[in-house]
Design a protein. Structure first.
Lengths: 203, 251
């Protein structure tokens, strides 16, 4: 089963609904013990990175995440916390992916970056299967991960930034696949396939 | 590039969609979830559900409806109509709404914006403003447009931004229901004053009206109800023509 990490800053209802629509089995997990019983983990997030990290620390979920070898999909703030640091409340993240988050330049355009935007995929990975450059995804965020060695897809708003990242068993998406129509469902399905039937998404 | 959004609005009464016909009354237009699904399949970028029920049972019905919408719909949606407290907002967001739209309650209690924004994030808080021209400026109206607050609409919109609203849903009462086009003058002024996204509402009658709102007033999104309900304009045609006019759309 898939564990959805339940913590204060998470938007767990939308992710659970999306998994229901795909017919996937899941449960909500709050402790390392619960997480340990899952086959893979979805780490959702909305809101403030600092508050989210604080909430993870309360039950030791941060340490569990740093060390797990299970597939982990981080969404929005869940992705952002995979990085080392964020200027949002000077937060220190999990650090499983190198890099620091930055805030969009508010003098250039409206912040948050909110709405549908296009991806340009720059890598090869099971999570990208069937994703084409015409695909739009739904974003809501003020901070972004710069393009780096682990970027699989970029998006442009004010500047290029990482829309999808992956390192080892960690995959992060800046957009909300659970709110991104059929393209978002496809990306969630790719993650489920990667967990349950890797031959389907084999490159 | 970030696309411009098309947002159909559904009026809800006692858990059902209603359509007004020439101001003469309301007709039942079926299950909101079915209509929402249709819109989402046709390419709507977001949805707004406006509850106009005036009974005490209201909240319970609305929460149940929000749960059903959230289970079926995979695009973002906003819920509005008579929301007054942080607790009510929390219940609706936990039930699966992405944003709530606040109107009369924030005029009465502006601090509600600060509280709600600090608790749930600015992205979840939409300030709905009903504006009507009053000489050379615009006034804010509340209670479904029946009460003039005397507030200057442009000043009020700057205030809602400062207090932490993430978006403004601006309805021109002069244009609402007229199908004579959006109030470009008002939208343009607002967009120069605020840095949060502005959704244009009130007056959509043709595809060109929507193109004008984006090209002339640089709005971030266009909201309409009747043109979609009565299938006068198909969302797909609207988006294709907007794109052909050079506007980035999700197609």
């Amino acid at each position: 089963m898939i564990a959805i990490i339940k913590y204060k800053a998470g938007n767990t209802a939308s992710v659970a609904n999306a998994l229901d629509r795909l017919g996937a089995h899941y449960f909500f997990a709050e402790t390392p013990e619960e997480l340990e019983s899952a086959k893979a983990v979805i780490f959702p997030g909305v809101g403030h990175a600092g508050a989210a990290m604080e909430s993870l620390r309360e039950k030791g979920v941060d340490e569990w995440l740093k060390n797990t070898k299970k597939p982990v999909l981080g969404i929005c703030v869940g992705m952002q916390l995979m990085f080392e640091t964020s200027t949002e409340g000077d937060t220190v993240g999990l650090g499983v992916i190198p890099g620091a988050l930055k805030k969009f330049d508010e003098t250039e355009a409206k912040v948050p970056h909110m709405g549908w935007n296009k991806l340009i995929s720059t890598g090869k990975h099971a999570i990208l299967k069937n994703l084409i450059s015409k695909n739009y995804l739904y974003f809501v965020h003020s901070y972004y991960a710069p393009v780096g060695d682990y970027t699989l897809a970029t998006c442009n708003y004010i500047n290029d930034f990482s829309a999808i990242v992956a390192k080892d068993n960690f995959i992060g998406v800046q957009f909300h696949p659970e709110k991104s129509g059929s393209v978002g469902s496809m990306i969630l399905q790719n993650f489920l396939d990667l967990v349950y039937s890797p031959e389907k998404v084999k490159l | 590039m970030l696309t411009k959004r098309i947002i159909p609005c559904l009026d809800i009464k006692n858990g059902r969609t209603v359509k007004g016909i020439n101001f003469e009354g309301l007709r039942d237009a079926g299950d909101p979830v079915e209509l929402a699904k249709r819109y989402s399949e046709e390419g709507a970028d977001e949805l707004v559900f406006l509850d106009i029920t005036a009974t005490l049972e209201k909240r319970k019905t609305l929460v149940e409806l929000v749960k059903r919408i959230a289970a079926e719909i995979n695009i973002p949606f906003t819920v509005g109509g008579g929301i007054k407290t942080v607790d009510e907002i929390e219940e609706l967001l936990k039930s699966g709404a992405d944003k709530v739209s606040l109107n009369s309650s924030i005029v009465k209690d502006p601090e509600l914006i600060n509280k709600a924004s600090a608790t749930f994030g600015a992205q979840a808080i939409v300030a709905a403003v009903d504006a009507k021209k009053n000489g050379n400026s615009w006034n804010v109206y509340v209670k479904g447009g029946t009460e003039d607050t005397g507030l200057n609409a442009l000043e009020w919109m700057q205030e809602v931004e400062e207090r932490g609203a993430g978006e403004i849903l601006l309805t021109s009462m002069d244009r609402d229901g007229t199908k004579s086009g959006f109030d470009i003058e008002l939208l343009e002024k607002v967009n120069k004053l605020v840095r949060i996204p502005v959704i244009a509402s009130g007056g959509a009658g043709t595809i060109q009206h929507c193109i004008d709102a984006v090209k002339l007033a640089n709005v971030d999104a266009v909201l309409a109800a009747s043109i979609f309900h009565f299938k006068e304009i198909e969302i797909k045609d609207l988006k294709e023509q907007m794109q052909r006019s050079g506007i980035e759309m999700r197609i």
